[in-house]
Design a protein around this ligand. Structure first.
Ligand code: GN1
Ligand code: MG
Length: 348
């Protein structure tokens, strides 16, 4: 951790360093000084975020807007270097620091309806608070991030470039991915009729900080993929994360299903909070957002497995394969529950 110690000093901090969080892309550390505030130190993955300065510029604009619009959650606070810069960049390393929000709990999984509803409300309030920030002022930090047609093209490339015997191993999944690819064109048609907004784009449960009793949302974190996007993507990714009865990389697929009771809770929390904000086309396509987000996440995990785990951080060899299997299972389960889910969402 010598490097982290050295970089922490650039931000005026000295202390013990720990690895923090569950992120799949950036490297996140906690700097714990002998006394006083702790610091979050992040090394941005510049293979993924190719223009990290733009990412920081987005962050500043978003934080300003939230501050001026009665955002009810704790804002992220950027800590500058001792020479007053919002990041430290050297060679291939791009580092930034944020104030650590203490006394909070995070979850990667829950079956608690109250937590589901609170999470949905928080992400909805986020959309509502940013509703009058013109999306054109926010840069696309990862071009085509939630573009399913692009993701499908990348998937086909991954099938062709697949390492060793991985395509054989994943044959059935590849066939499923191809069989359902029509959904990507449907997305393009639907999206063409929807307003662009400033969206969070990574609305998973673990990006919410709760108080330690788990009865209040303290903050929403991970602002790096905030970009112009569609509400259906945020709602869809939220459902992917919260309505999965198993873990994101669950090896035992019998534990994975799409929970209709959790879906009801997030639908009420999300659509209820955004009543009067969403236009009819956005409301009508929330469920489609769930379908497309589960499908594209499936493609992304499977592609990365085929290419030899180059994108997502893995902690064991089969992790991306498991992640892909989980998302296919969710996608198929969702299809079987379609009518029930339509009823639920129409009722709210
Ligand atoms: C990645 O790095 P992290 O955990 O915040 C990914 C998201 C996925 C998520 C799946 C830049 O987010 O799109 O939804 O993993 N971020 C990027 O857990 O690709
Ligand atoms: Mg993220």
């Amino acid at each position: 951790m010598n490097k982290q110690v050295e970089i922490a000093k650039k931000f005026g901090y000295e202390g013990r360093i720990e690895i923090l969080g569950e992120g799949h892309i950036n490297n996140t550390y906690l700097v714990i000084p002998p006394e006083g505030h702790k610091l979050i130190l992040q090394k941005i993955n510049v293979q993924v975020f190719r223009k990290p300065e733009e990412l920081m510029a987005n962050l500043v604009k978003i934080l300003d807007h939230l501050a001026q619009n009665r955002y009810p959650y704790k804002p992220l606070r950027i800590i500058h270097t001792t020479s007053g810069e919002p990041f430290w960049s050297e060679g291939s390393g791009f580092w930034r620091a944020l104030e650590y929000i203490d006394d909070c709990s995070t979850l990667t999984h829950t079956d608690d309806l109250h937590i589901a509803r609170m999470t949905a409300e928080a992400y909805a309030i986020f959309i509502k608070t940013l509703a009058d920030l013109p999306p054109v002022v926010i840069r696309e930090t990862i071009p085509g991030f939630h573009d399913p047609e692009k993701r499908f093209a990348e998937f086909m490339h991954a099938v062709n470039e697949s390492v060793a015997d991985r395509a054989d191993q994943a044959r059935s999944m590849i066939e499923h991915a191809m069989a359902f690819s029509g959904i990507t064109h449907r997305y393009a048609e639907i999206a063409a009729g929807l307003p662009l907004r400033v969206t969070h784009n990574d609305t998973k449960l673990s990006n919410i900080l709760f108080d330690n009793k788990l009865d209040r949302v303290v903050a929403i974190v991970d602002f790096d993929t905030i970009m112009p996007g569609y509400v259906m993507n945020d709602f869809g990714d939220l459902a992917r994360s919260i309505c999965n009865t198993g873990r994101e990389d669950e090896a035992d697929l019998s534990k994975v299903s799409f929970s209709t009771r959790m879906f009801q809770a997030i639908s009420e929390g999300y659509a209820g909070t955004l009543k009067g904000t969403l236009v009819p086309g956005e409301r009508e396509n929330l469920l489609f957002g769930v379908r497309i987000m589960i499908y594209t996440q499936f493609l992304r995990f499977l592609s990365d497995y085929l290419l030899g785990d180059k994108y997502y951080r893995i902690t064991y060899p089969e992790q991306n394969l498991n992640r892909a299997n989980v998302h296919l299972k969710l996608f198929l389960d969702l299809q079987g529950k379609e009518e029930e889910l339509i009823e639920i969402i129409n009722a709210v």
